[in-house]
Design a protein around this ligand. Structure first.
Ligand code: MLT
Length: 344
């Protein structure tokens, strides 16, 4: 694996491997000094051409927790605003000796274009309404931790499916992992689909949220993408909430163990009621926390020395890359043997 551009690039074995790695990094993040020297000497550039709070901070922290150097490229204050082409900008960044470029861009396909202009690994951190593969991975990690397995689970993706890269990525990934994916939203916010096929995978398209609510294991609520939406696509937000919002009354009709997810940022009181977002069913802060370990796994897989090759034995041997770093910057060799194995 040299790039992560779309969920379609990942086989089930690669997804399983990344999620196992993320579990190892969860253990690292639970330590008093949550940092390992695995990517020391590597440089990660965060190239964000669109607003982001959680994804940028999450990649930034993930790279630093692995001891990589991080440089941030702010599109607004770059030479792009002086007319430099994307290609020249990428070649300039590459010439500085970077190992990975994490790209967020409002236009679909830009991370792929950038991957053609650079020898660095490119990670898609969200391109327009197209893809957001690390969001799908962190959601799968969260569900595996919470529900045990994803296979056979009924996962409802509800809301603005048409404009959501999270919908596109998650529908593909959940379906690869054997979930039954149910899609619900206003017709104007559903992509063209024939029968039960959407984005090339088989889904169940439902019109009546109330009918499906008691049958699902996961209610994944999507933000109304106001920045990408045509005005005519939606009547009023109040009407949207009454038909497609996860209200307290609807959440009360979910199965006892069913959970609620949202990628953030939330429009509280539109697609999800505040009391539901803050309830025990909601995994929203767990999703954010898992974003760091999953992005560590992706960065490590792309840039690390690749010592996690022993995939069939059921045990991943941890090398010195996973030693603790002491607060003074030295390695804690004594921890190495104690933490030498992570058993599945
Ligand atoms: C995204 O960047 O796609 C977010 O995580 C979800 C959203 O913006 O609704």
């Amino acid at each position: 694996m040299n790039q992560l551009l779309t969920v379609e690039d990942l086989s089930v074995a690669e997804i399983d491997h990344l999620l196992e790695l993320a579990r190892s990094f969860d253990a690292v993040l639970g330590r008093s000094v949550p940092k390992v020297p695995a990517l020391r000497g590597k440089t990660v550039v965060l190239a964000f051409f669109e607003d982001s709070t959680r994804t940028r901070a999450s990649f930034d922290l993930a790279a630093r927790r692995l001891s990589a150097d991080v440089a941030t490229f702010a599109a607004g204050s770059s030479s792009l605003s002086k007319g430099e082409s994307l290609r020249d900008t990428v070649e300039t960044i590459t010439a500085m000796g970077v190992d990975a470029i994490v790209v967020r861009h409002p236009h679909p396909g830009v991370p792929l274009a950038i991957s053609r202009y650079t020898t660095a690994s490119v990670i898609n951190a969200g391109d327009g309404r197209h893809q957001h593969p690390t969001q799908a991975l962190l959601d799968a990690h969260t569900l595996r931790e919470t529900l045990g397995d994803i296979e056979g689970r009924r996962i409802l993706m509800c809301g603005d499916i048409l404009n959501s890269r999270v919908a596109r990525s998650n529908i593909a990934l959940f379906s690869k992992l054997g979930a039954e994916v149910i899609v619900c939203g206003p017709n104007t916010l559903l992509p063209p689909h024939s029968g039960s096929e959407m984005f090339g995978v088989s889904v169940e398209v439902v019109e009546d949220l109330d009918a499906v609510i008691p049958t699902i294991d996961v209610a994944y609520m999507l933000r109304i993408q106001q920045e990408r939406i045509a005005d005519a696509a939606l009547p009023t937000l109040r009407e949207y909430r009454s038909v497609y919002g996860l209200t307290v009354a609807r959440a009360d009709r979910m199965a006892p163990q069913a959970v609620v997810m949202h990628p953030g940022p939330m429009n509280r009181g539109v697609e999800i009621d505040p009391d539901v977002a803050d309830s025990e069913r909601a995994l929203i802060t767990t999703q954010v926390a898992n974003g760091v370990s999953v992005r560590m796994a992706v960065l490590y897989e792309l840039l690390g020395p690749g010592q996690f090759d022993d995939r069939d034995s059921g045990t991943y041997a941890l090398s010195a890359e996973f030693d603790l770093i002491n607060p003074d910057g030295s390695h804690d060799e004594t921890q190495q043997h104690a933490e030498q194995e992570v058993v599945r």
